[in-house]
Design a protein around this ligand. Structure first.
Ligand code: MN
Length: 203
């Protein structure tokens, strides 16, 4: 039986400074993300056979999850998986623009990288309450979308490529109520090499 674990950050806690400050990253990863992972494990303990199922698969077919843990898997499993993706897509000395096949797909589906940034920033800024803005694949087409709480695009049959967490825990310590400044900073921390690798893997 393999319990779910919170992946270690592929960089130091302060590596995303000045865009994401160390204190926020420590709390966000070691407390918030870890709590989702633990709550997912607590839920799955009730049906331990499901420890064999990858979280992507659990979230892709919530109807198949036993009813007594379905909401917990949706919330905690979504939180676990969404944050795995979030940290993987960030990095030090990042920002800039995507390249290669990912850039080609962005040009095809949005016209330009600037347009994608604008649409995703808008989605993140206008999301009411807690949730995520996403660049996802719907079939072979890239789309910008948002989800509330810890819902994952996987649960509507899409594959997330890049997630922008707009829960206040992602930015409040440094950016206070100014979500727009956090969103601008987020783009400076996106590691497009990693995002393109995950795009190529899921495409
Ligand atoms: Mn978060």
């Amino acid at each position: 039986m393999n319990k779910f674990i919170t992946p270690q950050l592929p960089y130091a806690y302060d590596a995303l400074e000045p865009y994401l400050d160390k204190e926020t990253v420590v709390l966000h990863h070691d407390k918030h993300h870890e709590t989702y992972t633990q709550k997912l494990n607590m839920a799955i303990e009730k049906h331990p056979g499901l420890f064999e199922t990858p979280v992507e698969k659990l979230l892709s077919d919530l109807d198949a999850i036993p009813e007594d843990i379905r909401l917990a898997v949706r919330n905690a499993g979504g939180g676990h998986y969404n944050h795995n993706l979030y940290w993987m897509a960030l990095g030090p000395k990042a920002g800039g623009e995507p390249t290669g096949e990912l850039l080609a797909a962005i040009m095809r589906d949005f016209g330009s990288f600037e347009k994608l940034k604008e649409l995703m920033s808008e989605a993140a800024l206008n999301l009411f309450g807690s949730g995520w803005a996403w660049l996802s694949l719907n079939g072979q087409k890239l789309v910008v979308e948002k989800t509330v709480n810890q819902d994952s695009p996987l649960s509507i049959g899409h594959t997330p490529v890049l997630g922008l967490d707009v829960w206040e825990h992602a930015y409040y310590l440094k950016y206070r109520n100014v979500r727009a400044d956090y969103i601008k900073a987020f783009w400076q921390a996106v590691n497009w090499v990693a995002v393109e690798a995950s795009y190529m893997a899921t495409k």
